[in-house]
Design a protein around this ligand. Sequence first.
Ligand SMILES: *Cc1c(COP(=O)(O)O)cnc(C)c1O
Length: 387
Amino acid sequence: MSEEYEAAYEQALNALERDALRRDLKPVTGQGNHTSVRGEDGSLFVSFSSNDYLGLANHPKVVEAAHRGIDECGVGSGASRLITGTHPAHLELERVLAAFKGVPAALTFANGYAAASGFATAFLSKRSIVLLDKLSHACLIDACRLSQARLRVFRHNDLDKLDYLLKWSAVQPDVDRVVIMTESIFSMDGDAAPLQGIVDLKNRYGAQLLLDEAHAVGVIGPQGAGLAAELGLTVEVDFHLGTLGKALGVAGGYLAGSRAMIDLLVNKARSFIYSTAPPPSLAPAVMAAIDISASEEGDRRRDQLRSLVNRLTSALGLVSPPAAIVPIAIGEASKALARAVALRERGFYVPAIRYPTVARGEARLRLTVTADHTEAQIDALTHAMVD
Ligand SMILES: *Cc1c(COP(=O)(O)O)cnc(C)c1O
């Protein structure tokens, strides 16, 4: 640990601090669900920061299934799935997940980030072209970089620009595939992709589509299956990507689609092959969460969530978003941070989202609502925000 390096680290941290871009880990403990959290000093906050949209992370049935999972499978998996790490619970979860998504097959990963990078190593090469929505999640960008595919970015939700890039891709020599990548519900903006338009273009040019449904699964679509299912476009999506850690309340990531696509992933996805399998003990908890999402209770929770989101946005004079993410545009990082601190002083935990998660000068507050919030909590927040 040379002092020179230590000084350089401090300097880099100070530079972040100066730009209001420094991040620190603040431990909080949940109070039964993610709608209220307790800080280290004991103070209690109403939280609008969790992606546990359906309130399943602390749902008694999910918690009970997690206990059962540990009783039946132990805790760790012991090896990569291809060595001795595949437990029947992994395969059962993948069958349940594929049925939930309405496709033939699925493969689970340690998290969504690993699923994205696994996709890249299995399906992209230097000869591939990726056309990516400008506001896509960092894991998609990192996956493209890892693959050395040629990356072109189109303006957010701009079908004309996508059309132009598809035309350009069609005349490039020696291309093995063209993949459009986008999110269905954008993680930091909360809006939806124009999926039908993207599918029309993809078909016109013979391209493929990877759709990241991290913030849509559980929240929209029949049984909470996501935006593609909502629009009847499931079969048009070549690669369904998602996480088990947001509305499904547990942990893990997945890719879903055709059987051969999944079998090829098993052979070529490096984040799958060279990584210890996710604990099989978690599989029963994820299956319980999918079961709830697909049931009448899931519908009730989605209705509750929608009505709370509408209550929040109408009180703030904003248009109602398609899912459960409500961004409040601020601009400068320091201002967003100050707003978040002011809200914390009034008992609300709301994250300030800054560069590099969003572009410079586009800092914002990002409110996320869950089905477990109460109308009184929403009203208290809107009073604090308009004051
Ligand atoms: C959270 C997120 C991921 C990554 O999923 P994890 O399971 O948390 O790694 C991927 N894409 C989007 C859009 C996300 O918001």
